[in-house]
Design a protein around this ligand. Structure first.
Ligand code: UDP
Ligand code: MG
Length: 320
């Protein structure tokens, strides 16, 4: 029988956990003849009764696993820990607050198990239950990241997904510690089936994302997937040197004319522009090296194999 682990990152979700487990059990029960389900709750340093509730679940059922952090490390860390310690053939991520409808799970499982997809991911069709400001900022963020970085992120993509083991192994092969999962999911590739999904209000409790946390998330996302800001001084420097040459040329032409006046200010300005252009180019050059060092320090794998018929390449753990 194939196994499925559903990872639930939890930060102060005491009000909603019982409801969530009830829903998850309702949806997965009819499939229990085909799959062995496990629910892995990752308590991200909650200060409410989240851990006690999760422990009480675990006492009642072997299917419940938990990991509890020493403090709040953020949802990214909670998802990473879950993926690292989940040992199933299929691994899913679902929020605790029931904004991700568990009713999609059977269809998602079918997509990865029998339709040949590697990932079944939910994408929202609307942004009900989200503030106008958050929706607007989020739309702008995806516009910027899709323009400046090498990856393409579906701006409606959610973290709610079920993946084959090999996809999770690929995600775990990216050792960077500043993690931006939406970027990582897109970076690793694989065949994704999208499941349009209406956004729902939280079942209970409140969102854990403050504007400050969201801003940090956005900056991590953009800086993690592009080094173009480091290249900016080089472009500015080239423009500045070019402008200096034009000004100098203008001065020279005026000097060669019969009236032969020499515009001192143009020469001065050209010299200043040229020197600052050179300085900017040097900074840009350092930026180029820094960009390379930055890329290397992330130690991302140079490629990810999806499948192969060579024996010692065992990317798909479900085949064995
Ligand atoms: N979460 C977490 N650590 C955090 C913030 C959030 O584990 O520091 C979990 C939270 O418990 C929930 C999921 O991440 O299961 C999504 O959080 P939330 O619903 O607050 O985000 P939103 O849906 O508002 O984007
Ligand atoms: Mg939520």
């Amino acid at each position: 029988m194939k196994s499925v682990t559903l990872i639930v990152p939890c930060y102060n979700e005491a009000d909603v956990l019982t409801m969530l487990l009830k829903e998850l059990t309702r949806v997965t029960m009819p499939l229990s003849g085909q799959y062995c389900f496990k629910f892995l709750f990752v308590n991200d340093g909650s200060s409410d009764a989240t851990l006690d509730i999760v422990k009480s679940f675990a006492e009642r059922s072997d299917a419940i696993q938990y990991i509890s952090f020493s403090r709040n490390f953020g949802k990214e860390a909670a998802m990473l820990a879950g993926m690292k310690y989940a040992d199933s053939d299929f691994i899913g991520l679902i929020d605790a607050d029931l904004q991700h409808s568990p009713d999609l799970i059977p269809e998602m499982l079918q997509a990865v198990d029998s339709e040949g997809y590697d990932v079944a991911a939910a994408c929202r069709t609307d942004r009900v239950g989200e503030s106008k400001l958050k929706s607007m900022l989020s739309a702008q963020f995806y516009k910027v990241i899709n323009r400046v970085s090498e990856i393409r992120i579906n701006d409606n993509a959610q973290d709610f997904r079920i993946m084959r083991r090999k996809v999770v192994d690929a995600i775990l092969s990216m050792p960077e510690s500043i993690r931006f999962s939406k970027g990582i999911f897109s970076w690793v590739g694989f065949r994704v089936k999208w499941f349009p999904h209406e956004n729902r209000e939280r079942a209970a409790g409140e969102t854990k994302w403050s504007i400050k946390k969201l801003a940090k998330y956005a900056i991590d996302g953009i800086l993690g997937y592009t080094s173009s800001p480091l290249r900016l001084p080089l472009y500015l420097g080239v423009v500045s040197c070019f402008a200096a040459c034009i000004l100098a040329l203008y001065g020279l032409i005026r000097f060669c004319m019969p009236t032969a006046d020499f515009p001192m200010y143009a020469l001065l300005l050209a010299a200043i522009l040229f020197m600052s252009g050179i300085v900017l180019c040097c900074v840009g050059l350092i930026g180029e090296y820094l960009a390379r060092v930055y890329t290397e320090t992330k130690r991302r794998p140079p490629f990810i194999i999806s499948e192969s018929n060579i024996n010692n390449i065992r990317v798909d753990h479900q085949k064995g």
